[in-house]
Every structure is written in C-alpha cells, then in structure tokens.
Design a binder for this molecule. Structure first.
Ligand code: PLP
Length: 375
C-alpha cells in the first residue's frame, strides 16, 4: 500500500479554503431570483474586464464557445484557414470546425510546447484568416512574434487562454497582441467554477457586440431576435467566479512555488522538465514532464499512490477517424507528436501540500534511478 495518496485535483480543498465567501455568494444569487443574465453576470464581466484591463468581457457557457463565437464574429468560416497547434486540448480545433473553417496544424516549439512562430509563415496561404495560439499548460505563447507575423499578413489572432489566466510574457499582457482572448472556467482550470463556463475578453467593440447578441439567441432586446445560440454564463457560476478571481494571483503564486519545488527536486533525473523563458509568468495549470517510458511511469506512479494524468496523449491529427470529413491540413509536426507520446502531468494545485509534493518527487526520483536513462 502506498504511504500517502496524492490527488490530481483539489476542487473540494479549494472550496473549503474559501467556503464562507462561496456560500455567501451562492446564497445571494439564490435569494435574488435572478439566475440568467442577471446582476451577478454583469458584475463578473466587469470584474473580469478590469482584471484583464480590457474594455469588454462576455461570459459564455464554455471556453469552446468563446473560440468559435470569436471566429464567427470575425466572419471566419467556410473556405478560410486557421492556424493552430495539434498538441492542445481537442476543443481548440473543434471550435475551428464548428465555425466551418479549415484547421491548419503547425508544429510546436520543442521546449515551450507552444506554437512555434518560426513555423507559421510557411503555413500561411491566401485563405489564411487567423492564428489561434494556445497558452499550453499555463505558459503564454510567444505572442509578440505571433502578433508581428499576424500584422504582416493581416491575420486575426485569437488567444486560447483556457489554461493560462494570470500569466504574461516579458513586458506584455495577454490580449495585447490579439483581437480577443478566450478562456474557460471549467472546474479544473486555474479559475474554475463548479461546472462549465467560459468568456471572451477583448477591446474590440464589434466582437463584444457580436458575442453578446449571439450568446442570447441573437437578442439584446426582449422578444427581438436574429439568428443566434444559447451560450450564457449562469449567474451562479458568475458569482462563484467573482469570488475566485479575488484569489487568483495568490493561487498562481502557490502553483509557481510548487512548480519550483518539483523542478528543484527533479534536477539530475532523466525527465524533460517544463521551461519558463525569461520574463514570462508561467501559471502552471499543469506541470508536465516528458519521458520516453511514459506509459510505464504512469502505471508505476498510480500504483505508488500519485495520481498523474496525460495532457494530451493523442495529438488531434492522431485521433481515430481524423478529420471526420472536416477540413484540415497537417504540416510536419514531430515536436507535437513527441509531446503526445511522452507527456505526463504531475499533481499541481494551490492546496497541494509540500509533503505531497515531496512524496511525489521521492517516487519519481526512485523510479528514475531504476528505469531512467541518465542525462
Ligand atoms: C486549451 C484548451 N482550449 C479550449 C478548452 C475548452 O474549454 P471548455 O471545456 O470550457 O469548452 C480547454 C479546456 O477545456 C482547453 O484546455
């Protein structure tokens, strides 16, 4: 039997750490009688736009919807191409297909795992309309370089920020080099509600107006409609998120502390460790190591009581049945494929204890001594 069990997620621990604030916020919404498009949503949208320093924030019911709504707001759809990386959560590509466009998969940087700016220009064609960099694992993509390429080729940039709220690059903020930032509030995200949620954050009035109308059945005035969808962030979630947003910086700092502890403890092992380029604030949504013996390590860590997970073991273009009659182009993506084959995520969340982190390190070091190839 393992000495201790280290969980992968800490949702309930987090709830308990701010229980009174959460309970009060939920109760307030329950007693208000306003549950959809009510004051709690309005308040959260205002909190979120202030937090990002943008003019607008629109609450939606998922991060996936945020991406395809922005694509549609920009008029991107059939016949258009959108560049992204294939070592991301499936939803990034899914959103491109929902909008009706063609997904063009470009390789990631071997170190940061984010979209490699050096590979983008070769994938641009007259039909290319946008780039969607994903801030994978919590590290912002190289937005400055991507922004420059986009400007040169007159392309839109949509940040997939589902994993990297509270992060930034050297001297720049998220949203500075893009048309919109899309984020997800599903429970396991760094800013997560007790269910699903998402948002678009932007300075563009046209994107704000489009998403606001489209999320509510094409309506901004009662009984007056045009074509639209139902993708609203419920007030209960909005109220929870306003509370949690007040804690996000402190939580990120704790994630960074845990990451530093892992990085120190795993020095000298054969694992490839995450990098944080100079000046970036990596928010460590995930702490992902790589090893060629990943499947073995996964099995052994779970047997040792450490719950590890894989993000993402099958690159999008490697999924069975790809591309399901949707439009897609796959460039040479060896780094994405290696990432899929070797990635393994360690437990990381703000409420994880140092003892749990140290136990995880101990298990990894012992495993590496027995199985790893020395560097
Ligand atoms: C990188 C990335 N993009 C998009 C999404 C989609 O967000 P959601 O699950 O809220 O639709 C997620 C997470 O779920 C994600 O990790």
């Amino acid at each position: 039997m393992p000495e201790i069990k280290v969980p992968f997620y800490g949702h309930v621990r987090q709830y308990h750490s701010i229980k009174k604030e959460i309970d009060d916020a939920i109760l307030k919404v329950l007693e208000s009688g306003n549950y959809v498009m009510g004051p709690a949503l309005k308040q959260f949208e205002s909190d979120l736009s202030s937090y990002f320093g943008t003019k607008y924030a629109i609450g939606l019911n998922s991060g996936t919807d945020a991406i395809w709504l922005v694509l549609m707001a920009l008029g991107i759809g059939k016949g258009d191409e959108v560049i992204t990386n294939s070592n991301t959560f499936f939803a990034t590509a899914e959103a491109i297909w929902i909008a009706g466009a063609k997904a063009v998969f470009v390789d990631c940087d071997p170190k940061t795992k984010n979209l490699d700016p050096a590979k983008i220009e070769a994938a641009i064609t007259p039909r290319t309309k946008a780039i969607i960099p994903v801030h994978l694992y919590g590290l912002s993509a190289d937005m400055k370089s991507i922004g420059e390429i986009a400007k040169k080729h007159k392309l839109a940039v949509i940040e997939d920020n589902a994993q990297s709220i509270d992060g930034h690059g050297p001297g720049w903020k998220q949203g500075e080099f893009s048309d919109a930032v899309c984020t997800s509030f599903i429970i396991q995200k760094n800013l997560g509600t007790f269910g699903d949620g998402g948002a678009v954050v932007t300075n563009r009035e046209d994107i704000d107006a489009y998403c606001r109308k489209m999320r509510n059945h094409g309506s901004t005035v009662r009984s007056v409609h045009s074509f639209g969808f139902n993708s609203r962030l419920d007030d209960l979630h909005a109220a929870v998120l306003s509370v949690k947003l007040r804690h996000i910086t402190k939580w990120t700092d704790r994630r960074r502390e845990i990451a530093a502890r892992y990085t120190k403890g795993l020095q000298g092992t054969s694992f490839t460790l995450p990098v944080e380029p100079e000046g970036y604030r990596h928010v460590f949504h995930l702490y992902v190591i790589e090893t060629p013996k990943r499947d073995q390590l996964e099995k052994d860590m779970i047997a040792a009581g450490v719950d590890v997970k894989l993000h993402y073991p099958i690159a999008i273009h490697q999924q069975k049945g790809f591309p399901w009659k949707k439009k897609a182009v796959v460039k040479k993506v060896p780094n994405c494929e290696k990432n899929a084959a070797q990635c393994l995520s360690l437990p990381i969340f703000p409420e994880l204890t140092d003892q749990e982190v140290d136990y995880t390190i101990e298990q990894l070091v012992a495993w590496d001594k027995a199985n790893g190839k020395k560097k």
